[in-house]
Design a protein around this ligand. Sequence first.
Ligand code: THU
Length: 130
Amino acid sequence: MDWDLMVKVAWDLRERAYAPYSKFPVGAAVMAADGRIFAGCNVENLSYGLTQCAERVAVGVAIAAGARELVALAVVADTQVPISPCGACRQVLAEFGVKRVLLANRGERLEFALEELLPRATAGILDRSE
Ligand code: THU
């Protein structure tokens, strides 16, 4: 996985974050199985609960481009500790097959399997095996 490229794309997209309420811009990049990279940023709303996380926006961009099989995601924020996708985003990442997740801030990178962040995300549902 070319994490350097993924992280760069995520930082670039973070510049477009719409985060006037939290003032907490986030960028994310997803890689599709065919190698294409798609990116997203958080999109907040005055009705706070409508906020879309960067990760789910990146997935939506990929799906809109016709990439349904996703393999990896990087998320970046300018924090002391690398941030981690929320529970809802983890479930959405599982839906499209993301396997590897990189959490990055300006100086640190932490890599996880999605299975570590959300074990048995789809097991048993509609007779899925894993
Ligand atoms: N946020 C993300 O976009 N991704 C994360 O992984 C954590 C949080 C956004 C949501 C909200 O706009 C802001 O960060 C503060 O929670």
